[in-house]
Design a protein around this ligand. Structure first.
Ligand code: SDX
Length: 436
């Protein structure tokens, strides 16, 4: 409503017919208002056109708010830097799923609920053996997570809130196990079972690096860094993979299939695959002396090369997660004493140059969350092919929270975008003998 009590709306005038159309404006609690175009086609016969959805809101959500210009990221109203500093991953999972931070009893029960689902059905073990040892672990993740829907028939009914909750807990709890086993399989090492006595991130690192032959103690600095990285990657509004999960879920597909679709979308180098692409780029650059050559290529419109780990669709200021990741990156490099490791030294020099270069400053192409996560994971001894897998482990709670919100949204319909058709107009079939 405007100050004088009138309904907030936008009037469109069709210059061809002179007709006027009114579209209501809907305000949110924060951020841009939206123009409600649900009646647009019915009123005007026009579709909207917005490839990449740069100006299109696909849903209403209460989970995450981003202000790209101000460099703000809130989860249920709480700033990401405060959560990364003071919370832990499972507490952030509770917040994203339920909307509030848990009290002590709620936190203890939620941690127990997740702990009871960390193992996978014993026959899932066999799925790994169907893959070559050199299979990309993201291919394994797509396959094994999708296969969960063949095992957990008691949590597939999306109309049942209890089954949705069980499926949500199963996905959050099992992703670290499935991910660590993908890594172990690629190395020909035996799978390490989850240890429910360990906190989430420490348990994951234990499954990644322990062996059955001896006790393995996770470095507490790395465990804390991993906990923080998981928090920073937990959710991010309607990004490509989350939108994929919502679109898959809008048809009524089961949660395991939807999350497998999200994993597939995250794999792309423009999205979650960027952390792996950062390390491949640094290897390609090879030395500080070659940085100017690649900066020039990144600026060249005729060269498809992009500086991986820089830029963001929404953040046209600094990615607030990158600020925390940068600090975490330096903590890990110092703890492991690998600051002068050539590739990591190269990364720091690239960051310095890009932050000073007028092209990147004018286009606000700051280092994003993927720039630093790749460097930290490499320093931790995690292979490049596992970087996006770790992103998927963290983002599962965001996908699951957004999927639950979508299922519970009374306005939700099956997602079915329209198009601008510019193909051939109608014509009659030409028999083979009559074709040129
Ligand atoms: C993630 O959506 C999310 O929230 C994603 C994510 C999440 O948490 O879910 O934050 C995770 O995906 C982070 C982004 C990781 N991707 C990369 O690091 C890949 C490299 N970045 C680019 O591909 C690009 O910046 C995107 C895809 C991230 C954003 O692309 P946009 O918004 O479509 O921007 P654009 O391509 O229109 O670029 C705007 C301008 C262009 O120049 P002009 O045509 O205007 O002259 O900036 C240039 C681009 O050429 N540009 C770059 C660049 N990114 C954009 N130039 C060089 N190097 C880059 N990395």
């Amino acid at each position: 409503m405007t100050q004088d009590g009138k309904k907030d709306l936008v009037t469109l005038v069709d210059s061809a017919s002179g007709q006027k159309f009114e579209l209501p404006i809907i305000p949110g609690t924060m951020g841009p208002k939206v123009l409600d175009i649900r009646s647009l086609y019915g009123q005007t016969g026009y579709f909207t056109y917005d490839p990449g959805y740069t100006s299109t809101g696909s849903c209403e959500s209460k989970i995450t708010y981003i202000d790209g210009d101000a460099g703000v990221l809130l989860h249920r109203g709480y700033p990401i830097d405060q959560l990364a500093e003071h919370s832990d991953y499972l507490e952030v999972c509770y917040l994203l799923l339920k909307g509030e931070l848990p009290n002590a009893n709620q936190k203890e029960k939620f941690e127990k609920d997740i702990r009871t689902h960390t193992m996978v059905h014993e026959q899932i073990n066999a799925f790994y053996r169907g893959f070559r040892r050199d299979a990309h672990p993201m291919a394994v993740m797509c396959g094994v997570v999708g296969a969960l829907s063949a095992f957990y028939h008691d949590s597939l009914d999306i109309a049942d809130p209890h089954q949705r909750m069980i499926a949500s807990h199963r996905l959050i709890a099992k992703m670290p196990t499935i991910a660590a086993w993908a890594y172990k399989y690629s190395r020909g090492e035996p799978f390490i079972f989850p240890r429910n006595s360990l906190p989430f991130a420490e348990n994951f690192l234990h499954m990644m690096f322990a062996t059955p032959c001896e006790e393995y103690k996770v470095n507490p600095v790395l465990a804390r860094a991993m906990e923080r990285i998981l928090i920073l990657h937990a959710d991010h509004e309607q990004n490509a993979s989350t939108s994929t999960v919502r679109l898959a879920g809008s048809s009524g597909a089961n949660p395991f299939a939807c999350i497998a679709a999200g994993i597939a979308s995250l794999w792309g180098p423009a999205h979650g695959g960027a952390n792996e692409a950062v390390l491949q780029m640094l290897t390609q650059i090879g030395s500080k002396e070659r940085i100017p050559e690649f900066i020039a290529r990144a600026k060249d419109k005729n060269d498809p090369f992009r500086l991986m780990g820089f830029g963001h669709r929404v953040y046209k200021n600094y990615d607030p997660r990158a600020t925390v990741m940068q600090r975490t990156c330096h903590e890990v490099l110092d703890e492991l004493g690998v600051r002068d490791e050539p590739l990591l030294e190269l990364a720091m020099e690239l960051e310095r140059i890009a932050l000073e270069d007028p092209y990147f400053v004018e286009k606000k192409l700051y280092p994003n969350v993927d720039f630093y996560s790749g460097i930290i994971f490499r320093a931790m001894g995690i292979p490049v092919s596992m970087f996006t897998v770790l992103f998927a482990v963290a983002r599962t709670v965001g996908w699951v929270a957004q999927w639950n919100e979508m299922i519970g949204d009374p306005h939700q319909k099956i997602g079915r975008p329209r198009q601008l058709y510019t193909g051939a107009t109608q014509r009659d079939f030409v028999p083979l003998h009559a074709r040129g």
